[in-house]
Design a protein. Structure first.
Lengths: 330, 324
């Protein structure tokens, strides 16, 4: 195992609303090693994006509040360092790409101005040099006529091209860790394949680690080394990618995998569905958050919220149900 | 496929005019659908797949006459809808209904569930008073909702429940054909399977025929009997589900299928992806000859010059490609 790059412990984020606090992230711990890809899967509202925004201190406050936890990037606690120190790291050591490439750009600035911006801020570099470096970067991500396109505005690019520009902007300072928040969700599947292919190639070339957030278990299967499954603000399962898909332990993970049809599968069996809806957590539950949707729930699930426990080598799950009884009932 | 043909679409064309200047003269057209031909048999599910902007939703709307076609034929239960208008069209059209993609914008927020599900019956004046209320409750139960929900408003429901309300509304007039336009793509993963299972159950129970418009190729494989692939306004391939997915002939279908991620790490590592270069060209000025040639790894001179015909390569397997 290579060196630990990011170590998050017990992160908690909540949002103040008129009805009280909504607990969006509830004690999330995660580690990312150098050059590793960590996948985070979960449905909308499960707290996967809020976790990442909390790390980079991008949560608007109020109403948001990161009220517990540590987030060490190497030896700096991202939640404690000064704004100035954090600003020096964001974009240089840690970079993020977002889901919607249209709203993440400034519509009145040229692509060139936006792609060179991180260089100008983080490295004391002349405008001419920054321009040349940006052109190189745009060529690297596959923008045709890169030099001319530096003067174009975001709306003059297609969705796939905008996402390429966003990747160029995120990687121009050679970060050690790239956080990708559903970067292909708004794109068509052939364009998605282009972007994933590109990101993987650049990751190898630049030797960076990556956190890839998505709701698509298919993308994660081809991309991640390790996977976290999130539900209602909790990490409910964590495992190496092969282990998770072959031997899922949490009923939510089992349900998700069972509900997906496969493009390489002729079997028209009925899809397993997870009945019910995810909860809105107005208080931290003292029971399992998956309780009301779980087909295997036992009495103890009502009394205590399970914590993540070791169930195999490098495999942890938060579930009270004995795997043997679960297999019998499956 | 021994069942009779329920819907016959022939050479369907939908162009949207581009108007410019003070005189609003037409300077061009968006070729959204450019000559599409297919049949749907009674009781089957035809999947229509393609990427955004390929014209699949416009095709669905043109079939139901929400968008009047520029030319072509849409023969449904024996009558050509393109030639009809007024009352005869209205009466024929009640036998075809649509389920929309976005359950948040397709339900009027000021109407109760009772009004929403009862509205088609009010418009067509089928059932009144107590009979209508009973039918509404029956429909709600059928789509898996509590009959007590009739008094509530759409904002009180989750996305999956709203989609169920939309389905109940579509079934109110006992249609034979239901056009489903991306019925699950706005829903969360764990909810998608619920709605797909419901659609399958309803098809069995009521003998419905579906045109399933979607971009999720895994789900289309699961739910369809036959699948048609669309690219930039034209059909490029049409075949039985198994044949299309196991031995696709068109290079676009091959690339599309290879790009779909599989939720299985081992299968993912074994796969050879065909990564297409570039973006889909503009439908205002589609490429000459074969529309896919600008991104096709096999393109040759003939593809620039001649439009490939949509021919039946083997029984029931149609493809439009010079190289196939």
């Amino acid at each position: 195992m290579t060196d630990l790059l990011l170590d998050v412990q017990g992160l908690e984020t909540r949002f103040k609303t008129r009805e009280g606090y909504v607990h969006a992230v509830n004690g999330v711990s995660l580690q990312v090693h150098e050059r590793e890809t960590l996948g985070i899967v979960g449905e909308s509202g499960c707290g996967k994006s809020v976790t990442m925004m909390s790390l980079l201190r991008l949560i608007p406050s109020p109403p948001g509040e990161v009220f517990a936890g540590k987030a060490f990037y190497r030896n700096n606690d991202l939640l404690k360092i000064s704004d100035d120190e954090l600003r020096r790291m964001r974009g240089a050591d840690l970079s993020m790409i977002f889901q919607d490439p249209m709203t993440s750009f400034n519509p009145v600035l040229t692509i060139g101005a936006q792609v060179t911006e991180p260089l100008v801020i983080h490295h004391n570099i002349s405008k001419v040099d920054a321009f040349e470096r940006a052109v190189e970067m745009l060529i690297l991500v596959g923008i045709p006529n890169a030099r001319e396109r530096m003067n174009s505005y975001p709306h003059q690019f297609s969705g796939g091209m905008r996402q390429r520009v966003m990747i160029a902007m995120a990687l121009i300072c050679s970060p050690k860790l790239l956080i990708a928040d559903e970067p292909t969700t708004a794109l068509d599947v052939t364009i998605q394949a282009q972007i994933i292919d590109l990101t993987k190639r650049l990751q190898d070339e630049m030797g960076m680690a990556m956190i890839w957030i998505t709701h698509d278990l298919g993308i994660i299967a081809g991309l991640a080394d390790r996977v976290l499954v999130m539900y209602a603000g909790f990490v409910v399962e964590e495992a190496a990618v092969d282990e998770l898909y072959e031997n899922p332990q949490h009923p939510y993970t089992i349900g998700l995998l069972g509900s997906l049809p496969r493009v390489d599968d002729d079997n028209r069996r009925r899809l397993a569905s997870i009945e019910g809806l995810p909860p809105v957590l107005m208080e931290k539950p003292h029971f399992c958050p998956f309780l009301n949707r779980c087909p295997y729930a036992v009495k103890h699930c009502r009394r205590e919220n399970p914590s993540l426990l070791q169930v195999g080598p490098g495999h942890r799950a938060a579930c009270w149900v004995d795997p043997n009884t679960r297999n019998e009932r499956a | 496929m021994n069942q009779p043909v329920l819907l016959h679409v022939e050479d369907l064309v939908v162009h949207f005019p581009i108007l410019r200047g003070i005189l609003q003269r037409q300077v061009g057209a968006v070729h959204a659908v450019d000559g599409v031909t297919f049949d749907i048999h009674q009781g089957e599910t035809l999947g229509l797949v393609g990427e955004s902007g390929c014209g699949k939703s416009t095709t669905g709307q043109a079939i139901i006459q929400l968008q009047r076609p520029t030319s072509g034929k849409v023969i449904f239960e024996g009558s050509d809808l393109v030639k009809m208008d007024g009352e005869p069209l209205r009466q024929t059209r009640r036998r075809m209904q649509m389920i929309f993609q976005d359950p948040y914008s397709s339900l009027n927020p000021r109407m109760t569930v009772r009004q929403l599900v009862g509205e088609p019956m009010a418009i067509y004046n089928t059932l009144q008073g107590k009979e209508r209320d009973e039918r509404i409750e029956y429909l709600l139960t059928m789509v898996g909702l509590d009959r007590g929900f009739a008094k509530r408003y759409p904002h009180e429901f989750s996305g999956g429940q709203r989609q169920r309300i939309g389905i109940a509304r579509a079934l109110a007039l006992e249609p034979s054909l239901v056009v489903c336009d991306e019925p699950i793509s706005a829903l969360d993963v764990s909810i998608q399977a619920q709605v797909v299972n419901l659609l399958e159950d309803l098809q069995k129970k009521l003998g419905l025929t579906y045109l399933m418009i979607a971009h999720d190729l895994s789900m289309v494989r699961h739910i369809s009997d036959r699948v048609a692939v669309m690219y930039l306004g034209v059909l490029v391939e049409l075949a039985d589900r198994k044949i299309l997915y196991n031995s696709p002939l068109h290079p676009y279908t091959q690339a599309l299928l290879s790009a779909v991620p599989i939720p299985d790490p081992k299968a993912e590592r074994r796969r050879q992806r065909i990564i297409l270069q570039g973006d889909v060209p503009s439908p205002i000025n589609p490429p000459s000859g074969c529309r896919f040639r600008t991104r096709c790894p096999l393109a040759a001179q003939v593809c620039v010059e001649i439009v490939p015909e949509f021919v039946e390569k083997s029984p029931g397997h149609f493809v439009a490609c010079h190289m196939a």
